[in-house]
Design a protein around this ligand. Structure first.
Ligand code: BG6
Length: 488
């Protein structure tokens, strides 16, 4: 069933995100019949393009970013009829706002849902929100979607929230974190709260530690300008990994309502033990890759990939130990890490249960390990020991494996698809509330401050490895190991 007809206005419509993610996501939903033919997608950006030229760019982008068997010429043509373009700098009050307004008001009822999607530089968000509002484009059925990063630290995040909040009420602000759009991340909620057995064991009595990894094989991908000013902590940890952490660690929400859910998530973030900026090494390892190999090929160092080969100290890898100061999690480390140029592209959550007592089967039984594979190939595995068939009590480890639902459907659904339509429906459950962003920034900001005073800079790691030695040491203190070292 299609969602009600809407107008989607994208600021930053010629940018990489729009081409790589937003248009393909809308196309797929259109192809599945969830978007009505009288809905409109209006791209805006500075370049002076007409509808036809923009549509051709969109066609090209779909060709590159949608799988061939999902691309049907006739469907693409029908989809492109929804697409319009208005040349406009959203951050300036002059420009073709009248043109945009006329377009939006033509052939549409006054209460039609309008989504303003901000895929521009984040320092423009406040101005765009102001212009949208002052030019009379915002109505009661309007929503604004903000891409990450919201700010670069706690102060700037607060300012963005305040500036946008002046023109849009909080319940119409949709801060997108595409990790919440991932099927396997949402599934953590089902796994935890639909299985009483797991629910009962989900605490410090049973769980030894938790690891959350988001590793990527890619390097800078030509995004040096943005990335070098950001680094892995701001790019991945503050948002994506802390969001996954909230879902793994939160208390049972009263319901699945947006605010019930987000109340619990925010509680996790505000319960994180503050880190000591003067003693960061006890909890945080940071790395930057030097040359090595990726996918069997020699790849250059981070600094060589940067335009101008600067002496940048930006981290391309972070591993950290977070602790949650509440009854459920007291004393259970949550190890988070993310890096570029790792050996594989993998996002997973590993829940390490406590070891057993020695006895019946010889030495102490190792604790079970629940692995939630977020990508690629979503799965949940929980290996169990069973008796080896025969005359003795030897043990075999079997994989109690479950794929998530129907993999052929899930695999190709991109995280943006569901979220973009949730914004149309006005369902904010899988979006980040103001207090969540701010609590997450509050926790990571001392790390940024500590680093800015530490001249030693990040530790080096060879491209194609699991990060610097300091990441391993972080766990060794407690006798823990990263998952790939267990497997090895
Ligand atoms: C983005 C980051 O938010 O997430 C990128 O800016 C990163 O640096 C990307 O590559 C990873 O997303 P995914 O869905 O491929 O894990």
């Amino acid at each position: 069933e299609p969602v009600e007809s809407f107008d989607y206005v994208i600021f930053g419509a010629t940018g990489d995100l729009t081409m790589r993610k937003l248009l393909p996501a809308l196309y797929r939903r259109f192809a599945e019949g969830q978007i009505t033919a009288d809905s409109r997608i209006v791209g805006t950006a500075r370049s002076p393009l007409d509808d036809e030229t923009y549509r051709e760019r969109a066609r090209k982008a779909l060709g590159e970013h949608v799988r061939a068997d999902e691309l049907i010429d006739a469907t693409v043509n029908r989809f492109l009829r929804l697409v319009h373009y208005v040349s406009l700098n959203g951050a300036e009050s002059t420009g073709n706002w009248d043109g945009l307004k006329t377009l939006l008001e033509s052939n549409a009822s006054a209460d039609r849902v309008r989504v303003f999607y901000l895929a521009t530089a984040p320092d423009l968000y406040g101005e765009i929100a102001r212009n949208v509002s002052e030019q009379g484009l915002r109505s009661d059925t309007s929503r604004i979607v903000l891409e990450k990063p919201i700010g670069t630290d706690l102060d700037t995040a607060r300012k963005v929230n305040e500036n946008v909040g002046r023109y849009f009420p909080e319940n119409s602000i949709f801060r997108i974190d595409h990790y919440l759009g991932k099927e396997a991340v949402q599934n953590i909620i089902a796994l935890r709260f639909a299985n009483p057995m797991l629910e009962r064991m989900w605490d410090r009595e049973s769980i030894d530690y938790v690891q959350i990894t988001a590793a990527e094989t890619v390097g800078l991908e030509g995004r040096g300008g943005y990335y070098d000013g950001s680094g892995a902590l701001r790019d991945m940890i503050q948002n994506h990994l802390l969001q996954v952490l909230t879902v793994v660690a939160m208390e049972r929400p009263e319901s699945l309502d947006a605010d019930a859910l987000r109340d619990e998530k925010v509680r996790v973030l505000t319960s994180l033990k503050p880190l000591d900026r003067n003693n960061l090494r006890a909890n945080v390892a940071r790395g930057q890759y030097v040359q090595g190999t990726a996918g069997g090929k020699a790849v250059p160092a981070y600094r060589e990939e940067l335009p101008g080969e600067t002496e940048s100290n930006t981290e391309t890898f972070v591993a950290l130990k977070a602790e949650i100061d509440n009854d459920r999690w007291q004393g259970v480390p949550f190890y988070l890490r993310s890096g570029k140029r790792m050996p594989e592209k993998v996002t997973e959550v590993v829940v390490q249960f406590r070891a057993g007592e020695p006895g019946l089967f010889g030495e102490a039984r190792p604790g079970s390990r629940l692995v939630i594979r977020v990508q690629p190939n979503e799965s949940v595995t929980l290996p169990l020991f069973v008796k080896h068939p025969g005359n003795s009590f030897g043990l075999d480890e079997v994989d109690a494996l479950s794929k998530l639902g129907q993999p052929e459907r899930i695999r190709y659904r991109d995280s943006y698809e569901g979220l973009m339509l949730d914004a149309v429906k006005g369902s904010p459950a899988l979006f980040v509330r103001k207090d969540e962003t701010e609590a997450a920034w509050k926790w990571v900001t001392p790390i940024l401050e500590g680093w800015s005073q530490d001249e030693t800079g990040p530790d080096s790691y060879e491209a194609g490895t699991w990060g610097p030695e300091s990441a391993r040491e972080l766990l060794q203190q407690a006798g823990h190991v990263w998952v790939e070292d267990i497997a090895a």
